[in-house]
Design a protein around this ligand. Structure first.
Ligand code: ADP
Length: 587
């Protein structure tokens, strides 16, 4: 997959790197080739000019004039050897127009040319025709490769001899170092004459035609009569060639393609690796970017969900809140209703108590009234009889009785009055006395013994005077009710004890005590065990709420020895002023 991706990217890389390396290789090789060609041409040119110059040397002309003269031959040999020595040519020799060598620089060597006939060589024929003769060929005896320059020696228009300079070309090969690039010099036949590869030597780089083959057989330039073809693999070599002007030679440099192939493959490998790394990096970056985007999307989603949930919760809470507000409002209204109802109840309780008490009240008032009337009638009679002192006694009695009546009425007024004042300091004993006074007649009628155990010093408690009296009156009335069905002795105990921060007032009777249900439910309004004419069931409910409003407590229980035991817990208060009995009616 990645490979497929890389291919279109690597192909141009391969192409361009190949071109680049090929160009730089070719540039380098061209310079090498130029250098080599310049060197070779320089060598050849040096010797090219030699034959025409040497042709004018007198000893040589003398020998040509007298070829059989041994002395002249020796002199010519000496001259040729000396020139050869000076110029560095391989061999220099002089030939007669028939091709026989008359003198030679190698006259004293085992392979001396002297006396030998080289008329078959092309250079000889060329020179004999009056031209500059050139030829490549192996030395017939030395087997060394040489390049031959030949010039005619003229006497006027007549050619009297041929002068030949042979240049050694073996050196031209040894100059080539051991490089991967190979050198190849071919002659006009396309046959390799010089090469850094010995196995290429004397192989034909192109097919030879018949004329060429015949010429090779005739001239014998190579060690073989039929040079084998050079089977070079075209693809494996990068060939650059340069022709050496006038010599008919072509110099080539062959660089193995491997050279650039290796560099190209290295470049492609590096390029491929870099590209791969880049692609991977890109892939990684893209993946990370995708992850990042995914995460952002996820975060956004989560945030949206959270916001939705918050919104829903907020709506829920708002709904709840408004419901709560409504409920609070309802409760407040209910509370107000309750307070109102409670007020009404208190008032109703008072009125009901007044109602039930009205009989005894009227009795309580009628009795002194009757007494007053009889005292007054009596006083009239006593005045008629001038018994002033007795009449005064009667009037005194009347005055006392009206005081008592005023007191009763004041109690009733106080009882019936709506009392909304904050708790104040109230002395316990006078309040109790007042309550007892209201029930005194009934108690006496029932012959109930009162056992009182209270300190003389006033016990100051936090209360409202009227309310406290109302509570005590209620409790005492209940006690009397309870004792009504009891046989004698009937008793009520009243005692007080001081507690840590207040006073506990105990009211005990020896009646039947609370029934079990009454103990549980006596605080409930309208709970009663009495007949509807006897009780409304409001008494204890009102007492309980009054006591709690005063910061106190009402506790119902039964005494272990039988009968009810009611305890009023009241808070201590600072000592205040004991109120005088109301004077409004007596005034
Ligand atoms: P009522 O006196 O109109 O019945 P209360 O609230 O004053 O209403 O009393 C409720 C009930 O408590 C009475 O019906 C009675 O059963 C019981 N109870 C109150 N005081 C006493 C007591 N001293 N002894 C026995 N039972 C009592």
């Amino acid at each position: 997959m990645l490979g497929l991706l890389l291919l279109p990217l690597l192909w141009p890389l391969q192409h361009f790197s190949e071109r680049y390396y090929r160009q730089s290789l070719e540039e380098q090789n061209r310079q090498t080739l130029d250098l080599y060609v310049a060197n070779l041409l320089g060598t050849l040119h040096r010797y090219e000019v030699l034959p025409p110059i040497l042709a004018d040397l007198p000893p040589l002309r003398a020998l040509l004039a007298n070829p059989g003269d041994g002395g002249l031959q020796a002199a010519a040999n000496q001259v040729l050897a000396a020139v050869r020595q000076d110029t560095g040519a391989d061999v220099i020799y002089l030939m007669s127009p028939s091709g026989i060598t008359l003198g030679s620089s190698n006259w004293d060597q085992p392979d001396s040319f002297v006396g030998r006939n080289f008329a078959y060589r092309p250079y000889f024929r060329e020179a004999l025709a009056g031209n500059q003769g050139r030829f490549f060929g192996l030395g017939t005896t030395s087997r060394k490769r040489g390049y031959f320059f030949a010039s005619p020696v003229r006497d006027g228009q007549r050619i009297v001899g041929i002068l030949v300079v042979k240049v050694d070309l073996d050196d031209a090969e040894t100059l080539w170092g051991k490089t991967p690039e190979q050198l190849m010099v071919t002659d006009a036949n396309g046959v390799v004459i010089i090469s850094s590869r010995s196995d290429w030597r004397f192989h034909a780089t192109r097919p030879l035609d018949n004329a060429e083959r015949a010429a090779i057989v005739a001239n014998q330039p190579y060690p073989t009569q039929a040079p084998p073809p050079l089977a070079l693999e075209e693809r494996a070599w990068i060939t650059q060639s340069r022709e050496l002007t006038e010599t008919g030679l072509t110099a080539s440099i062959l660089a193995p393609r491997q050279l650039i192939d290796r560099q190209v493959s290295t470049t492609v490998a590096i390029g491929g690796a870099v590209l791969l790394a880049l692609l991977l990096l890109l892939g990684l970056l893209m993946q990370r970017r995708r992850h990042y985007l995914d995460r952002i999307a996820l975060d956004a989603q989560a945030r949206r969900e959270l916001e939705m949930r918050v919104l829903e919760r907020t709506q829920d809470l708002e709904a709840l809140n408004s419901r709560l507000k409504d409920e609070v409002l309802e409760r407040e209204q209910a509370q107000q209703e309750l307070v109102r109802a409670q007020d009404e109840l208190v008032q109703a309780g008072k009125l009901s108590a007044l109602g039930t008490m009205s009989a005894s009240i009227s009795h309580e008032l009628n009795q002194p009234l009757a007494a007053i009337r009889s005292y007054a009638d009596n006083a009239g009679v006593l005045l008629d009889h001038q018994r002033i002192g007795d009449a005064r006694g009667n009037l005194q009695q009347i005055s006392e009785l009206t005081g008592r009546m005023a007191s009763i009425i004041a109690h009733l007024r106080a009882f019936a009055r709506r009392d909304r004042h904050a708790p104040e300091s109230v002395a316990l004993q006078p309040a109790l006395d007042d309550a007892l006074a209201l029930l005194a007649k009934r108690r006496r009628a029932m012959d109930v013994e009162l056992i009182r155990d209270l300190p003389d010093a006033p016990l100051w408690v936090q209360a409202g005077e009227t309310r406290l009296r109302q509570v005590l009156g209620n409790l005492l009335a209940n006690a009397l009710d309870a004792l009504a069905e009891r046989p004698q002795p009937r008793r009520i105990w009243i005692s007080a004890e001081t507690t840590g921060d207040g006073v506990a007032l105990h009211l005990r009777d020896n009646g039947p005590g609370f029934s079990e249900e009454a103990l549980r439910r006596a605080r409930e309004p309208f709970f009663t065990t009495k007949t509807s004419t006897q009780g409304l069931g409001l008494g204890l409910a009102i007492c309980d709420s009054l006591m709690r409003a005063l910061g106190g407590e009402l506790v119902f229980a039964n005494h272990p020895e039988g009968g009810a035991l009611l305890t009023l817990r009241l808070r201590n208060a600072a000592p205040g002023v004991i109120p005088q009995p109301p004077e409004d009616l007596t005034a």
